[in-house]
Design a binder for this molecule. Structure first.
Ligand SMILES: *[C@@H]1O[C@H](CO)[C@@H](O)[C@H](O)[C@H]1NC(C)=O
Ligand SMILES: *[C@@H]1O[C@H](CO)[C@@H](O)[C@H](O)[C@H]1NC(C)=O
Ligand SMILES: *[C@@H]1O[C@H](CO)[C@@H](O)[C@H](O)[C@H]1NC(C)=O
Length: 935
């Protein structure tokens, strides 16, 4: 005890200079003691009370690092200094740093070795475009021993300051730490954050390593989920924002320090960091998306309501639930089948008994204007024709490096695989499966995948692909003494965790993706071994595991286009930065809990930042027994998420909206609102796909200078013009919503439709019978006051909807408004936006010198038919209009006065035209009219 105390006093005495809010953990991998800590060359202090999570054993970060040699010939070389060594592997004595501008203020700081190392950049092949910005970034050298940099704006403010120390570069452990200018950090994924803004009142570590782990939002869970997004956005004290992307695909983690600061750690590759200057949050994201690649454009139908469950007992069971939902009059577009439809859960097969007639049924859905999406798992059983064809085509699979590593008890069961080194694992099928290597350096794997999709498409005409289990998740791999060995020869994969092959599966630093799970955890757990080879034997899962879902998405998106001849709509469970180019994402196997409903609101905003705006949760909760109130509220919220699907796990009672009359009524109402506003949502996706905009976004994106918006997690903007404050707590009949004072907002709720709402934080009625409280923005800055293209009414499917005319909602600020309309056929492949066939129009409203609505079709085509205009609705309309005064391009047009109305009280004006107005042709169409009292 005495010795102990003395040691810690010594330690604190010698290195007490490191403040309690910026300690870099030296022993996150095990319980630290004074001895074990000092043996690592670190400081032990168990007495000082600090924020939650303060490490007891911390690095002498101020001494750790590299020396910059600016002498002749020194250049960009850094030499390991005399400070403490890495606790995890040998420091590389000489490394190189390089700072380069990508143009337009985007800055790259790259630190690595000179020798060849794994670099993910060639695989990802990011477009690396930049966008004009008024901001510039520069790097100052903030220290020479230890070497430190400070990334600064042109105005001198510091964004990222590594003088906190702690730079470590070993073969398998790399660390950089930085002080940050504020605690307003958003992003990093895929994790469940309890709030959108990170919590800097404590130390928190987050794992980033793809794993098939379900979200749990009950309280703080720092587990890594399905995908990896090493990106954050930070709001500075000035209200400017910047973004930072770590281009690295290895197992990695990040710790937020109260300072505020961060420690980023990875197990391979380079420190390849990209700084995006903003200065607005929206610009940061647009710059990031230009760099990584902008999101794919979903089909119009893919924005419709989707119904799914795992555990339909048969096709008839599915039909009965679909019929129940349709009978309730609920708009529905997409019918799913989960693995139930397959024959013994094997890809590209149909259960011949319980699902006979599947294709005929899908044909029927098509004839009703509906669509279907089917699940596909990446891995194929090693004993049927699909696998044989793969072998014949020389497809690359994830495999062992050497024959002596192959598990004979597995391989010998499969004559088709017995002569291969393919790493066979267990997933859903009865027998072992082989995992295609979608990073194959030849085209063989993609071609085989395409062929299998086409073959199955000959049998069943599905419309979209849902790719699951692609972390990849593998069952029974925990390999602990307690791990049950499944029967019938279902032997698990066993990874080399000791001995000469252990380098990949037991690296010196295993990241929070292992520490989180406790003692017996290891990196390869629940997946294939990291020693496994990928990229046709030239790389390892150690480096590319986080790209498995990414590469499957890329392949499947291309394959779906070739299979259906139409736009690909793929949703993937595992994603990496830039996956959004190929796929959307559902938020995984959530539970029927209020907390999972709550965090799905902020998670959807995060995935929009990550470039995957086609995102949403399993409505009503996947696991667990859902209930009427939860399911109702979930629909009301999710009706604003681009990916909108009710999905349920096997063994739980049905939870489609037709189960409860109240949920059916609320879902019908929520869907009718969504369907009506689909042209607006579709336009948001067009903007996302072409400009890098977000679709759902935090309020602070629109109001970075309004501090009250910075911590809002569960109210969101639906594009620039609409804010939604959903109910996410049990028993609530009202909800708090924040209305920024910078603009005017009007209610879109039926009880006070069109009325101006008070600014600030207020309580709004939210009965279960009304949609989520929704408000539309009249930006006082005219250029962004809202004109929202809508359909005149809802319809039962998006197919029926597309035939309906438009109604524009005009929400003027200071008597003027503008908006845009995007329209195409909703389903054609977009090879390039330059050549795509679509119509784009600028909409402008003015009340100066009479009233006018100008539709300026800036891009017209002869093939795309834009719905005609049947109606205009204008909020905050000051005085009675003269119905007889309407003209279109100078020619009189008649108004259906029966269907038109103006209320001097609500100031809502609706005008219905007797004849629908075509606004299709390139050029300008102007509707003009006067008011009764021309003052
Ligand atoms: C979520 O985590 C809590 C502990 O924080 C646990 O009690 C609960 O069972 C977990 N829920 C699920 C669905 O795993
Ligand atoms: C698989 O290969 C092993 C070793 O070559 C051999 O002993 C075994 O009989 C083979 N099994 C089959 C099913 O081909
Ligand atoms: C219509 O759009 C074109 C292209 O942006 C622009 O040049 C023109 O001035 C616009 N016309 C009107 C009347 O707004």
């Amino acid at each position: 005890m005495k010795v102990f105390l003395l040691l810690s006093l010594l330690a604190v005495g010698a290195h007490g200079a490191i403040p309690i809010d910026r300690r870099i953990d030296c022993q996150p991998d095990s319980e630290s003691t004074a001895e074990s800590c000092l043996a690592r060359g670190c400081v032990y202090d168990e007495t000082t009370v600090g924020p939650i999570g303060t490490p007891k054993c911390y690095m002498r970060a101020d001494e750790i690092g590299y020396t910059a040699n600016f002498g002749p010939g020194g250049g960009e070389i850094l030499t390991k200094n005399k400070g403490p060594s890495s606790p995890w592997g040998d420091d590389i004595s000489s490394i190189r740093y390089r700072i380069s501008g990508l143009g337009n203020g985007v800055l790259n700081v790259r630190i690595g070795t000179e020798e060849r190392r794994y670099d993910p950049a060639p695989i990802l092949n990011l477009p690396r475009e930049t966008l004009p910005s008024d901001e510039t970034l520069q790097v100052d050298i903030a220290g020479t021993d230890p070497f430190a940099i400070a990334v600064k704006r042109g105005d001198g403010s510091t964004l990222f300051d590594t003088s906190i120390g702690g730079l470590i570069f070993t073969d398998q452990f790399i660390q950089i730490a930085a002080l940050l200018p504020s605690d307003k950090m958003y992003g990093w994924g895929e994790n469940i954050h309890q709030s959108l803004k990170h919590d800097f009142t404590r130390y928190t570590s987050w794992g980033m390593f793809a794993r098939g782990d379900a979200p749990n939002s009950t309280d703080l869970h720092t587990a890594n989920l399905y995908g990896v997004h090493p990106f954050y956005l930070l709001l500075e004290p000035s209200g400017k924002a910047h973004g930072v992307f770590f281009l690295n695909t290895n197992a990695q983690d990040v710790t937020t320090l109260p300072a505020p600061g961060l420690v980023y750690r990875t197990t391979g590759g380079f420190l390849d960091m990209y700084f995006f200057p903003g200065p607005t949050p929206g610009q940061v994201i647009a710059q990031y998306h230009a760099f990584i690649g902008r999101p794919f454009m979903p089909s119009y139908w893919a924005l419709g309501y989707q119904l799914c469950r795992w555990g339909y007992k048969s096709l008839d069971d599915l039909k009965s639930r679909v019929n129940a939902v349709m009978a309730a009059g609920i708009p529905l577009d997409v019918v799913y089948a989960d693995i139930d439809y397959m024959d013994r859960r094997k890809d590209f097969t149909t259960d011949p008994e319980k699902w006979s007639g599947f294709n005929e049924y899908i044909d029927q859905l098509h004839s009703k204007g509906m669509s279907s999406i089917l699940i596909f798992d990446p891995a194929v059983q090693a004993d049927y024709d699909v696998f044989q064809r793969a072998k014949d085509k020389k497809v690359s699979f994830i495999e062992w490096e050497r024959a002596d590593q192959v598990q004979p008890e597995i391989q010998s069961q499969y004559p088709m695989a017995n002569d291969t080194k393919i790493m066979l694992g267990l997933v859903w099928p009865d027998r072992h499966v082989a995992f295609p290597d979608f990073l194959d350096t030849t085209t063989a794997t993609d071609e085989w995948w395409e062929d299998e999709f086409k073959r199955y498409y000959q049998q069943v005409k599905f419309d979209g692909a849902w790719i699951d289990m692609n972390e990849p998740q593998v069952f029974y791999t925990r390999n602990t003494p307690n791990d049950e060995i499944p029967s019938n020869g279902r032997y698990p994969v066993i990874c080399p965790k000791t001995g000469p092959d252990a380098k990949w599966d037991s690296p010196p630093y295993q990241t929070h993706a292992v520490f989180y799970y406790g003692e017996d955890a290891f990196l390869g757990q629940d997946s294939l071994c990291l020693t496994g080879l990928s990229q046709r034997g030239t790389n390892r899962m150690y480096n590319t595991r986080n790209l498995y879902g990414w590469s499957e998405s890329r392949s499947t998106s291309a394959v779906m286009e070739k299979t259906t001849g139409r736009r690909a709509n793929v949703i993937s469970r595992s994603t990496f930065a830039s996956s959004g180019r190929y796929a959307g994402h559902w938020l995984g196997d959530n539970s029927a809990t209020w907390s999972d409903l709550r965090t799905s609101i902020s998670e959807a905003m995060e995935f929009n930042m990550f470039g995957l705006p086609y995102v949403g949760s399993d409505v009503c909760g996947f696991k667990g027994v859902s209930n009427e109130e939860l399911c109702l509220r979930w629909h009301q919220m999710a009706a604003f998420h681009s990916f909108y699907r009710n999905h349920n796990a096997i063994a739980y009672p049905s939870q489609d909206p037709a189960v409860w009359p109240s949920v059916a009524a609320a879902t019908k109402k929520a869907n009718e609102f969504r369907y009506r506003y689909l042209p607006y949502l579709y336009n948001l996706h067009y903007r996302s796909s072409t400009l890098g905009d977000t679709v759902v976004r935090p309020l602070f994106f629109e109001y970075p200078l309004d501090e009250a918006t910075h911590e809002i997690s569960y109210q969101f903007m639906w594009g620039p013009s609409i804010t939604v404050a959903p109910v996410y707590t049990q028993g609530a009949t009202s909800v708090e919503a924040y209305i920024p004072a910078a603009d005017t907002y009007f209610s879109l709720n039926d009880h006070n439709y069109g009325s101006k709402v008070t600014t600030g934080l207020n309580i709004y009625d939210a009965p279960t019978t009304s949609n989520a409280p929704t408000f539309v923005r009249a930006k006082l800055d005219i250029s962004a006051a809202s004109i929202i293209p809508r359909h005149q009414s809802s319809a039962i499917t998006t197919t029926a909807l597309r035939a309906l005319p438009f109604s524009y909602l005009v929400v003027p600020g200071n008597g003027a408004a503008s908006g845009t309309l995007f329209w195409d056929d909703g389903d054609s492949i977009v090879e390039s936006w330059k050549d795509a066939d679509y119509v784009l129009a600028d909409l402008t409203y003015s009340s100066v010198g009479g009233n006018s609505l100008v539709v300026n079709v800036t891009r017209g085509t002869t093939t795309i038919i834009v719905p005609t205009l049947a109606e205009l609705e204008i909020f905050d309309y000051p005085s009675a209009p003269d119905y007889s005064s309407f003209t279109l391009n100078g020619a009189k047009i008649s108004v259906n006065t029966q269907a038109s109305k103006y209320s001097a009280i609500t100031k809502v004006f609706t005008v219905a035209f007797s004849q629908r107005i075509p606004l299709n042709k390139e050029g300008v169409s102007t509707i003009r009219w006067n008011n009764v009292n021309k003052s």
